[in-house]
Design a protein around this ligand. Structure first.
Ligand SMILES: Cc1cc2nc3c(=O)[nH]c(=O)nc-3n(C[C@H](O)[C@H](O)[C@H](O)COP(=O)(O)O)c2cc1C
Length: 343
């Protein structure tokens, strides 16, 4: 629900605040000179207002990255934009400020009331939306959903899924990239990893390349490459590389032939162990052996745990909803005689 207009509004408000705040800090007397108001005895207090407005600008820029998460910044900003004019009105009635000084209020406050108010309303709506009564949807019912609705429904049920890009090449060096949400851990010793490829009722480039070259890369999708990654799911012609078509750069590491995604921060070189076509529905189970893991050193803890969220790794729900995560904490290893504790 992070709508583009929310981001644009907050970026606009952020840039405006930083510019206005800097103006006040650098030229504290100008607003008074222009409006004919009495000059303050302590311009430092007015400069302090400029500083607070400017750092709020920084807050709005941060909020623009995820308005839903950073709503308190927006709320506090909105309150300031409502209470500020009230304070001005009070001073105006008392004859402290000329009306001309109110131009500050128009651009600092009034013009943001509707967009800020609407953003907060949308966030409130999305948080307060009633869940509704529990219902049961039987196999008979969801079988009657149209194809797309059914796929979307069933695809959402396995929970939040990882979001990875599978990089492959064929023996002629034609590269391919495809987003998948079915990567799963198969075992740590040997280090096996797997994923699912849809039935080969149509051409499946990833499948063909893996069968041909016996290797592939798995690249975590992060916040910075979501759109490009999603676009790799489009059915491009065989001779078109999704890397180029979707704006992602190839990277070659070590002697591995399959391409990595340059802008992915956690990525693995994987050798094919087995492809199994499942008789139940014709999907292909790809089992691979992890050969090399490339990741930023700071995200791996001493005990081996990888803080993937710190590398910006995101997850996906269904086939189109991308989410970022925020950890609730790590729990101690579960033992029958000891309850878990946060570590
Ligand atoms: C979020 C998302 C997850 C997907 N997960 C898978 C998956 O796990 N397996 C699969 O075969 N296709 C999956 N797809 C569809 C493929 O990306 C798509 O079929 C792609 O065109 C396959 O490319 P290829 O023919 O080059 O291998 C997914 C698509 C999206 C948008």
């Amino acid at each position: 629900m992070i709508k583009q207009w929310m981001k644009i509004t907050l970026i606009g408000a952020g840039v405006y605040n930083i510019l206005w705040g800097s103006w006040v800090i650098l030229f504290p007397m100008m607003a008074f000179e222009l409006s004919g108001a009495d000059k303050p005895t302590y311009p430092q207090v007015w400069q302090c207002v400029g500083m607070i407005v400017a750092v709020y600008g920084l807050g709005y820029l941060i909020a623009s990255t995820s308005p839903l998460k950073h709503w308190p910044i927006i709320l506090v900003g909105f309150l300031g934009k409502v209470l500020g004019p009230l304070g001005f009105a009070h001073s105006f009635i008392q004859g402290v400020f000329p009306l001309k000084f109110g131009w500050n209020i128009v651009f600092n406050d009034f013009i943001w009331w509707i967009p800020f108010g609407y953003i907060l309303f949308e966030i409130w709506k999305s948080n307060k939306c009633p869940l509704g009564e529990p219902i049961a949807i039987t196999e008979e019912q969801f079988s009657n959903f149209d194809k797309i609705k059914r796929a979307s429904f069933i695809n959402s049920l396995s929970g939040f899924k990882s979001s990875n890009l599978i990089g492959t090449t064929n023996s002629k060096g034609q590269t391919n990239l495809s987003i998948v949400s079915s990567v799963f851990h198969l075992g740590a010793s040997p280090a096996l990893i797997g994923f699912i490829i849809r039935p080969d009722t149509v051409r499946r480039d990833t499948l063909e390349n893996i069968k041909e070259t016996k290797e592939f890369t798995i690249n975590h999708v992060n916040k910075d490459i979501i759109k490009e990654s999603h676009q790799t799911s489009a059915r491009y012609a065989k001779d078109i590389s999704e890397f180029k078509a979707c704006g992602l750069n190839e990277q070659y590491l070590g002697s591995f032939k399959a391409p990595f995604v340059l802008n992915s921060r956690i990525k693995m070189a994987v050798e094919l162990v087995r492809v199994e076509k499942l008789p139940e529905n014709g999907v292909h189970l790809i089992i691979g052996s992890i050969k090399t893991v490339h990741l930023p050193s700071g995200v791996m803890k001493d005990d081996g745990h990888v803080e993937i969220q710190r590398a910006g790794t995101i997850c996906v729900s269904g086939l189109d909803t991308y989410l970022e995560t925020s950890p609730l904490g790590r729990l101690s290893y579960a033992k029958p005689n000891k309850g878990p504790v946060w570590i």
